[in-house]
Each structure stands twice: as C-alpha cells, then as structure tokens.
Design a protein. Structure first.
Length: 312
C-alpha cells in the first residue's frame, strides 16, 4: 500500500482498535445497553427496550410450565375419564331389576364402591395425567411445580406456624356453620342420599379429610390459580378460582345456591391465603382443618352415622 494513500475506513464487522482479539464484550452488559471500556461504562449505544416490550417477570409462586392449551387438554381428559369411570362402575354395580333414573341414581349413590370408588379412581387418573405431562416429560419436581413449598419466613405479615392455618380452617368451618344454620335446603340432596348408608358415609368422611384437601388444593390453588393470575391478575383470579371451587360442589348440594355461594366464599378465602403465602401448603392446612371439624361434628351429632336426622 502506498504510504500516501489514506487508510481504508474500518468495516462494521471489524473490532475496535483498543479491543484485542482475545477481548470479548460482555453480552449481558451489551443487552442492557452498556459496554465496558477501560473501566468506564458507555451508555446509550444499545438503549433499553421500553417497558411494554420487556417480558413480564412473575413471582416465584406464579412460575409455571403449562399454558392454556395444556388446560384445555386436561379439562377434556378429566371430563372423558369421569364419564367413562362412572359408566363402567354403573354397569358393574347396577341392579338387574328395572329402575327409573332417579331410583338408579339413589341406588348407586348408596353403593360405596360407586360413590367413593369412582372419585378415588378419577382423582388417581387426573393426578397421573398431571404427573406425566408436568413432571415426567418436562423434568420438573411434581409437587414443587404445582405450588407446594414450605412456608416462607420472608412473608412477615403471614403466620409461620402451620398450626395457625389448621386452626383458622376450623374457625372458618364454625363461621360457615353459623351462617348456614337457618338456610333452607331441598329434600333428598345427593349428600343426604349418600349419608343414608353408614358405610358410605364413613368412607366419604375419611376421603373428605385424607384425600379431598390434597387433591382439591393441588388442582385449584396449585394448577388453576397461577395460570389465571398470569392472565387476569391476582385479584380477579382469586375470585374466579373461588367461584369454580363453589360450582364444583354444586351437584353434591343439589344446586342450593345459598350453599354454593358459601362454598364459593370458602374457596375465595383458601385462594387468598395461597396468594398471600405463596404456597399451596398453607391453603391445604386450612382446607384440612375446615373438613376435619365438619367431619368430626357430623360423626358426633349422628352418633357415628347411626341416627341421621333426615332418615325416616
């Protein structure tokens, strides 16, 4: 090259003169719009994206791996399995003589193999679906990914002792009992038919204490609530989750809307505790205390389901 000929302009791909071949820019700082040169920060080369463009950061208890598409598949799978399980058990345990539809329903509800067995099989089926799709195929811990964590001491405004939530659940059941004491309920609700058979009643109470809080809290507060909260916000999601919780128990209560409304309130309180503590464990303890006190009171008041007030 002629010494009088001007040096060519550096290309865009060429490295700066003060940057040796072994020196690389920090990609983390480059993404933030900053570079380091001689210990000084140069800002403005890559301006930060506006807040609307940045990806939203969710708290730890709302970090989930599933989406609405997974929920749709899960809902269809759960409905089909419930219909199939109850249909198979109805064929197995249905009597041979002719019955009306109402008589058949009352007969099957009184059979613990159908009334309790169908629910237990259905619970196991949907839990298996969640385990395969959320844990086995994605490599996540099953309980942790569904919101089961220890009580976090950093939530200073919430109790740290698990017994507090258990006792609070018992207190909530007393509060609901006082509110519903004078409510009129229709005769022959599915719940009343279920409790006419002592064996079925005992098994149902055992399931209500040992199984239902675990399953329902995992589904409503562990699976549904964080998905709703990411889409609609925490407040609306607490109300929506509570409403679905109340509606799920509607059939058991003969669609007595006053009782459904009370269970919706209970579901809202459970979800609120889940949201404030960041763990399903807290709402599970409340649910456990709530169901346990109701079950104990039912057994004591009926002398172990031997003196039912609605039987004739």
């Amino acid at each position: 090259m002629n010494q009088h000929e001007p040096d060519p302009l550096p290309s865009k791909d060429s490295a700066p003169a003060n940057e040796g071949p072994g020196e690389n820019r920090d990609p983390a700082r480059t993404e933030a719009g900053q570079d380091i040169e001689g210990g000084r920060e140069i800002q403005g080369l890559f301006p930060e994206a506006p807040p609307s463009v940045r990806s939203k950061v969710y708290p730890e208890d709302l970090q989930i791996s599933w989406s609405w598409a997974h929920f749709v598949v899960f809902a269809i799978f759960g409905f089909v399995c419930l219909v199939a399980i109850q249909g198979v058990l109805a064929v197995i345990y249905a009597p041979h003589q002719r019955m009306t539809q109402k008589q058949l329903e009352e007969y099957l509800i009184g059979k613990p193999q159908f009334a309790i067995g169908s629910l237990l099989i259905w619970y196991a089926t949907i839990f298996f679906f969640l385990y395969v799709t959320l844990s086995l195929l994605r490599g996540h811990r099953f309980w942790q990914t569904l919101g089961w964590r220890k009580l976090d001491p950093s939530h200073k405004e919430m109790p740290k002792n698990p017994l507090v939530y258990l006792i609070a659940g018992c207190g909530l059941s007393l509060f609901v009992a006082l509110l519903t004491a004078n409510m009129k309920t229709p005769d022959h609700t599915p719940m009343e038919e279920l409790f006419k058979n002592r064996q079925t009643a005992l098994l149902f109470v055992a399931m209500a204490v040992l199984v239902a809080p675990l399953v329902e809290e995992t589904l409503f507060r562990g699976y549904l609530y964080p998905m709703f909260a990411r889409s609609f916000g925490v407040g609306p999601s607490i109300l929506l989750t509570g409403l679905l919780f109340g509606l799920m128990h509607g059939a058991q209560l003969g669609w007595t809307w006053s009782l459904v409304a009370m269970l919706t309130l209970v579901g809202v309180i459970f979800t609120l505790v889940r949201a404030r503590t960041g763990t399903v464990f807290a709402s599970f303890l409340m649910h456990l205390g709530y169901n346990a006190l109701i079950s104990i009171a039912a057994m004591v008041s009926t002398h172990g389901f031997t003196r039912m007030p609605f039987t004739k």
